[in-house]
Unconditional design. Structure first.
Lengths: 84, 248
């Protein structure tokens, strides 16, 4: 069922979508019915410019999302170690 | 009889506060008269599945319309507007009810209309269906497909957008109600479906609830793993039978 639960976090960075590169200032994260992915529920991330303009959207399975979290943390750990 | 053709097009309805709202409208070929159905889309948005369901009902003899609940967040693609609506906490119940009223008026104004109008919705659209059927006059039959949050166990779930639990409006319900639910669904849970049925019974309403084993939420969704072919086919047949009984 649709939950409306959305985790919002401010971020600083850039994203590339159909319109090319642009700044992104927030990520909206939720686990709910997807629009496109062939899943009953998907972990979705909307990379936003401001509160209302979605620049990039991804929908993935819960397993994929957990693997991605682990990859992000691993990349941060090794990268920060390498680059100080 | 051979298959009947249909036309499908984008039309404009007049919704809350006179707003002009996009809608997808499909009707069977011929002069009618045809009963009408307002199909309220689910929270993920005004998507392909919604259009397919509209055409499916037209194929079975109903003039069906589905308006874009998130139109006011536009312009933009339906998926982007769904994301905006989510970010804003959803649409307001009052707006939804007024927009549905506008869609009903559109159907009744068509030259092919028989004057009867039903309503249906899936998921959050099921909740909207229950809500609108309790608040509007002129609804001749309503179909709630696994509407969640019709029964609200935790009052903190009530929001400015959704300030009421639709079950509390049941005494005002004037239309017969068909309910289809999966026994493996968590929202609405089987216990919540029981609570809703008890309320309808207590209020002396006309209703017909069907609970499907082996099905969870959104078991009509042919493009999702939740699809359950046997239960979905039976459910659609129950919808056609229900509408033919009450909409002519």
């Amino acid at each position: 069922m649709c939950s409306y639960i959305t985790e919002k976090t401010e971020i600083s960075g850039s994203a590339k979508g159909a319109g090319g590169w642009s700044n992104v200032t927030a990520a909206h994260v939720y686990y709910d019915h997807p629009f496109h992915a062939s899943l009953d529920h998907a972990l979705s991330i909307d990379f936003m410019s401001g509160d209302t303009t979605r620049k990039v959207a991804v929908e993935m399975s819960a397993e994929s999302a957990r693997a991605l979290v682990a990859s992000i943390l691993a990349a941060l750990e090794s990268g920060e170690e390498a680059h100080g | 009889m051979s298959y009947r053709g249909m036309t499908a097009e984008i039309v404009t309805i007049t919704g809350d506060k006179g707003d002009k709202i996009e809608a997808y409208y499909a009707k069977p070929a011929g002069k009618g008269p045809f009963p009408g159905v307002v199909l309220i889309h689910h929270m993920p948005g005004w998507d392909d599945w919604t259009m397919e369901a509209v055409r499916k009902l037209a194929h079975h003899g109903f003039a069906c319309i589905s308006h874009h609940l998130y139109h006011r967040f536009g312009p933009g693609t339906p998926d982007d507007l769904a994301a905006k609506a989510r970010s804003a906490g959803g649409v307001y119940d009052d707006e939804v009810v007024a927009d549905v009223k506008g869609a009903m008026a559109f159907l009744r104004a068509q030259p092919e209309a028989n004057g009867k109008v039903g309503m249906m919705g899936f998921c959050s659209g099921g909740r909207h269906t229950y809500l609108a059927a309790c608040r509007l006059d002129g609804v001749d039959a309503a179909v709630d497909c696994w509407g969640g949050n019709v029964v609200v166990d935790d009052p903190t779930q009530l929001t400015p957008q959704r300030p009421v639990a639709p079950i509390d409006l049941t005494p005002n319900l004037k239309a017969p109600m068909l309910g289809l639910f999966g026994n493996e669904d968590k929202n609405p849970s089987p216990a919540q479906v029981d609570t809703l049925e008890a309320k309808l019974k207590e209020c002396g309403k006309t209703y017909d609830f069907h609970r499907y084993d082996g099905a969870g939420h959104a078991f009509f969704a042919a493009e999702r793993p939740a699809y359950r072919v046997e239960q979905a086919n039976d459910g659609w047949q129950k919808i056609y039978t229900f509408y033919r009984q009450y909409l002519g």
